[in-house]
Design a protein around this ligand. Structure first.
Ligand code: AMP
Ligand code: GLY
Length: 422
């Protein structure tokens, strides 16, 4: 089978690594990929949001399956675009339709979806610019902290947690005046939930689903979860506090009604759902849905999955997902992300990376890297992901840490405390 994977981060290198292990994979293309994906497939100079180019490539190369890594092409409707091309009706597209992707593409849509189905989530209200006064009055009635969310995709920056009503009202005005462009033309005002977060992933054909390993990511730049939010500084899997009782609630109260709800939308959903959850007391609540796998969670989750991932993805179209048993390795996995100095603020690219060949006992997944002649250079904020196995996450983390020291490039930074709160 010929497979095209869209994306260029650590998540995509992990997908490429896993897909290339499958006997079903004859040829793997990654667009645009990075220096790591080039080692397990063929990089194609093409942007995932350039639907026309992707469609031409799929037809020209007789691709059988397209796997969509990031959310943006999904929210923009790449599933529907590809399926509508003459001759591509049977193409396997792994990722939801545009309507299904609204779970991530519109926070207001996701909140309404959950409220209508009694899926546990924070209380909220939504406002547009012509409801400014109503919104300000609503904020005044809420106890701080107050959570504001841009409705649309805002590159991970659209959530603000405000410590007072004054701050929230100022930010609310700014958002409705275009702080995040069109994405904040509608704002969700939400109750703050105090608890501990974790990430649950399913692969689904829109009717049946299978659970992937549970993970937890660490989003803040600083140790002890301090400082600015990033794309993610590390992840562990499994998550020690997530026991079978909590998971039973997650499945019964959250996952099942979500899958049923998707069927009511009458929109194809063939791919992954990422449930961003928070445990408050003993109750799981949904913080957010994502219509794709998480990054860096994928780097800790897929290495624990013993199944053939291509076979699982084929099952989505073939209708035999329920016949496949998910096999998860006993060992824990821990991922540490090495980033560029200055990230998530301004940082420089093009720094030569050395020491990758000295790594022992960890898998190196590339994120922001680029091949330049015979050198590998930095090409993004998140540069490399080091994933290790261990009897528990402490052991796995120790391996990633010792290998993180061996990698060298100017400005290298990583958190040494992944899993500190477990
Ligand atoms: P998101 O962009 O939706 O992933 O939100 C970013 C982060 O904001 C989440 O990972 C949470 O840490 C935090 N957050 C979002 N909504 C809430 C909420 N209602 N209560 C507490 N924290 C929240
Ligand atoms: N790890 C969070 C995300 O992928 O959005």
């Amino acid at each position: 089978m010929k497979i095209l994977l869209l994306g260029s981060g650590g998540r995509e290198h992990t997908f490429a690594w896993k897909i290339s292990q499958s006997p079903h994979c004859g040829q793997l293309y990654i667009a645009p990929g990075n220096a790591g994906t080039a080692a397990v497939g063929v990089n194609v100079d093409m942007q995932p949001n350039d639907f026309e180019a992707v469609g031409k490539f799929v037809i020209g190369q007789a691709i059988d399956m397209v796997v969509v890594g990031p959310e943006e092409p999904l929210v923009r409707g790449i599933y529907d675009y590809l399926k509508a091309q003459p001759g591509l009706e049977k193409l396997r597209v792994i990722g939801p339709s545009q309507t299904g992707a609204q779970l991530e593409g519109s926070k207001a849509f996701a909140k309404r979806f959950m409220m209508e189905r009694d899926i546990p989530t924070a209380a909220y209200a939504e406002f547009t610019a012509d409801q400014l006064e109503d919104g300000l009055a609503y904020i005044d009635q809420q106890p701080p902290p107050i959570v504001l969310k841009a409705d649309g995709l805002a590159a991970g920056k659209g959530v603000l947690i405000c410590s007072s009503a004054e701050e929230a009202k100022a930010e609310f005005r700014a958002m409705l005046s275009g702080k995040f462009g069109q994405a904040s033309s509608r704002v969700v005002v939400e109750e703050f939930l105090d608890g501990i977060e974790f990430s649950v992933f399913v692969i689904t054909d829109g009717k049946k689903y299978k659970l992937f390993p549970i993970a937890k990511d660490y989003k803040r730049i600083g140790e002890g979860d301090t400082g600015l939010n990033t794309g993610g500084m590390g992840a562990v899997s499994p998550v020690t506090f997530v026991d079978s009782q909590l998971m039973a609630k997650v499945e019964n109260w959250i996952i099942s009604p979500t899958i049923t709800g998707l069927q009511e939308l009458n929109a194809p959903y063939v791919g992954f759902i990422f449930f961003g959850l928070i445990r408050v007391g003993n109750t799981p609540y949904v913080i957010e849905y994502n219509c794709r796998m998480g990054d860096p969670e994928t780097e800790a989750v897929l290495p624990r999955l013993e199944n053939d991932l291509v076979e699982l993805m084929m099952a989505l179209d073939d209708g035999n997902l329920s016949e496949i048993e998910i096999k998860i390795g006993q060992e824990a996995a821990a991922t540490v992300i090495l980033v560029s100095g200055g990230y998530p603020g301004d940082y420089e690219k093009g720094k030569t990376i050395t020491g990758i060949d000295e790594v022992e006992g960890s898998i190196v997944f590339h994120a922001g890297t680029r091949q330049e002649g015979d050198k590998i250079v930095t090409n993004g904020g998140r540069v490399l992901a080091l994933t290790s196995y261990g009897a528990d996450f402490h052991e796995a983390l120790a391996r990633s840490m010792s290998n993180a020291e061996k990698i060298r490039y100017e400005g290298k930074y990583y958190r040494r405390d992944i899993g500190f709160d477990l």
